[in-house]
Design a protein around this ligand. Structure first.
Ligand SMILES: *Cc1c(COP(=O)(O)O)cnc(C)c1O
Length: 223
């Protein structure tokens, strides 16, 4: 039997104070989220917009909802009224849609650009080169209602810690290299990297935001 409360507390006790913990609650029921909430957790991550919207409707309103999954542009409108950070932005088209929905809701929506650091084919994200092109484009400068606060990355799924370490290191180095950009809608400080299996390595390599699911809620049942 897992104790969500003790899992959260043991993670919080083992990470530096400057690192935010996102509790990844995808596929988990409201009761599990409430258990984490009652243990003091306020930031939750979901990877499907519809599921996040349904949970937002019924759960306490002081929860900060982070969208960590691959985005479908046609669904951005459903989360635009409340989402607090979108981690998985991987292109200008999606940013333009988020900006459009943010304007409708009279908000500025915080986002992270997802950078592909793993060599696996399955991982989404921009290359560093395409991220620079995006940040330097005239189209990007026109997006007044989004604010890019940093980057998100997922390391390769491997037991080889050297590979994982190097991938995280590349993203930290990239974040530092972008601090010279002078743009009002881009102030990079957040580095969202690290999941249950690799957050300790990620923090060693400079992560200040970790997305942890199974180490808090137990294993997920995939359909
Ligand atoms: C599911 C998911 C996580 C959490 O994974 P765990 O291994 O359960 O901690 C983190 N980030 C993203 C993008 C995810 O989809």
């Amino acid at each position: 039997l897992v104790s969500i409360k003790s899992n959260i507390h043991s993670i919080l006790n083992s990470i530096p104070k400057n690192v935010s913990l996102i509790a990844v609650s995808k596929t988990k029921p409201d009761s599990a989220i409430l258990e984490a909430y009652n243990a003091g957790q306020r930031i939750f991550g979901e990877n499907k917009i519809q599921e996040m919207v349904e949970k937002h409707e019924v759960l306490p309103k002081d929860i900060e909802w982070h969208m960590i999954g691959h985005l479908q542009s046609n669904k951005v409108k459903y989360m635009a009224p409340f989402v607090s950070l979108i981690h998985g932005v991987d292109g200008l088209k999606k940013l333009e849609e988020i900006n459009k929905q943010a304007i409708k809701n009279n908000r500025i929506i915080d986002c992270l650009l997802q950078i592909k650091i793993a060599t696996e084919e399955t991982k989404f994200g921009l290359s560093i080169e395409d991220s620079n092109k995006l940040l330097e484009s005239d189209e990007f400068k026109k997006l007044t209602h989004i604010h890019i606060k940093g980057f998100m990355g997922m390391a390769s799924f491997t037991n080889d810690e050297t590979i994982v370490k190097n991938e995280f290191r590349i993203l930290k180095k990239y974040l530092n290299s972008t601090k010279n950009y002078e743009l009002t809608n881009f102030t990079p400080s957040i580095l969202s990297m690290g999941m249950s299996g690799d957050y300790k390595i990620a923090i060693e390599e400079g992560s200040n935001m970790i997305r942890v699911g199974s180490s808090i809620f137990g294993e997920r049942n995939y359909i």
